[in-house]
Design a protein around this ligand. Structure first.
Ligand SMILES: [Zn+2]
Length: 399
């Protein structure tokens, strides 16, 4: 028998069995019944806790949160919800907030302490901030590389066609280190679906990066935009590389239309991100999953200029998705959990994501009998391991 670096004893797996997990070089190298592991340099007793893969925080904004900073009261739009006005409020708030790197670290600590080991963050790139926010977040990402893996999306928060210089900035953002190119409501914001998508898919093709587009547009406009995104994704063979975040319009459709849309989305390999936000219609998670669509999730905004909610806990996000979707059975609760774990890993194209031999040793311990109970109880007191190393415990990052 080869010796292993660390063996985690009394680990309860999702199937209810208690096993020993051997880890070497940041990977799971063995999963054995109690007492049968190879000799190890170190033993960590997990005391029967449920062991699940680290959560996938698939949509967050590291540059705009005020979490851990002074409380900034929410300011409603003057005449109904208006993205332009919210962006203006955001600029005013950020000008008075703590430095961005500090705020980003606060938010990262929150997410890691709750068990996220993988993240996708959108970072604003536009004519006003240029690449400054991205430069800051790239540095913070580097500081955190042993704690969490972070993908960054160059996010045109002020539109692409409406904000002069943004198409060029998106190219530069990718050259600087952004992993994906984003978009924002091509129809309602830029008022030119084709023109907006030409730029987004153009950047993606030139640099070989994935796409994740914010789409808040409801009803027919939302559906039309999704159909256009699916058509381009299929034509370019980019299935598995394109995500639509929010896709509220899918929640406005009657069953037949929703099923038809789901089949199209599944066939083109576009994934859908939802955080099941409060007062919005949101995508029908179960229907989409049944059709074969990858549905993933994220906290989105946490204590920022858009809303005051959010706690950086993806297990709680699974509960919210389940609650709003009317999920009651164990199978449905398991589906909500899948959205914040395996489906997230698929959407983000993560390698070695699982509790199995050969996978990366990124996992979380939960005080729960099984996954369905964990989703409704959202137990705290978690231990978070990244590459087999304890990085957070009892709600705090270990340094
Ligand atoms: Zn967002």
């Amino acid at each position: 028998m080869v010796s292993i670096e660390t063996v985690f004893t009394r680990a309860k797996l999702a199937d209810g069995s208690q096993k020993e997990i051997g880890v070497s070089g940041g990977r799971i190298v063995s999963i054995e019944p109690a007492g049968s592991s190879a000799p190890a340099g170190r033993t960590v007793d997990l005391a029967g806790a449920l062991v699940v893969p680290g959560f996938v925080e698939g949509h967050i904004h590291l540059d705009t949160s005020f979490y851990g900073d002074a409380w900034i009261p929410h300011k409603p739009c003057t005449n109904g919800f208006d993205v332009h006005e919210r962006v203006a409020f955001q600029a005013e708030n950020i000008a008075q907030a703590a430095p961005m790197d500090e705020r980003a670290r606060n938010q990262l600590d929150l997410c890691i302490a709750n068990g996220s080991t993988q993240m996708r963050s959108h970072v604003m790139v536009d004519g006003s901030v240029g690449l400054r926010s991205l430069e800051t977040i790239l540095k913070v990402r580097d500081e955190y590389r042993d704690l969490i893996d972070i993908q960054l999306v160059a996010f045109p928060q002020s539109g692409i066609l409406k904000s002069p210089g943004t198409p060029e900035l998106l190219d530069e953002a990718v050259r600087l280190g952004a992993d994906l190119v984003g978009g924002l409501d091509p129809g309602s914001f830029d008022r030119d679906v084709k023109g907006h998508l030409d730029v987004v898919f153009g950047v993606a093709e030139r640099h070989g990066v994935d796409i994740d587009i914010h789409l808040h547009d409801a009803g027919t406009l939302g559906l039309f935009t999704i159909e256009e995104i699916c058509a381009r994704t299929a034509a370019l063979g980019m299935g598995g590389h394109v995500a639509v975040s929010h896709a509220y319009g899918l929640g406005d459709l009657a069953q037949d239309a929703a099923r038809k849309a789901a089949d199209l989305i599944a066939a083109s390999g576009v994934s859908i991100m939802t955080n099941a936000p409060g007062n919005h219609n949101f995508p029908p998670v179960a229907l989409l999953r049944r059709a074969g669509v990858t549905v993933f999730s994220g906290s989105d905004n946490i204590r920022d200029s858009w809303w005051p909610y959010g706690d950086g806990d993806m297990l709680r996000r699974a509960e919210i998705i389940g609650y709003r979707s009317g999920f009651y059975t164990d199978e449905e609760l398991q589906a909500a959990f899948d959205v914040v774990t395996a489906a997230g890993a698929k959407a983000l194209r993560l390698e070695g994501y699982s509790i199995e031999i050969g996978a990366r040793a990124d996992f979380v311990t939960l005080q729960a009998a099984h996954v369905p109970e964990a989703v409704v109880a959202t137990p705290k007191g978690r231990k978070v391991f990244k590459a087999g190393k304890l990085v957070a415990e009892n709600g705090a990052v270990i340094r």
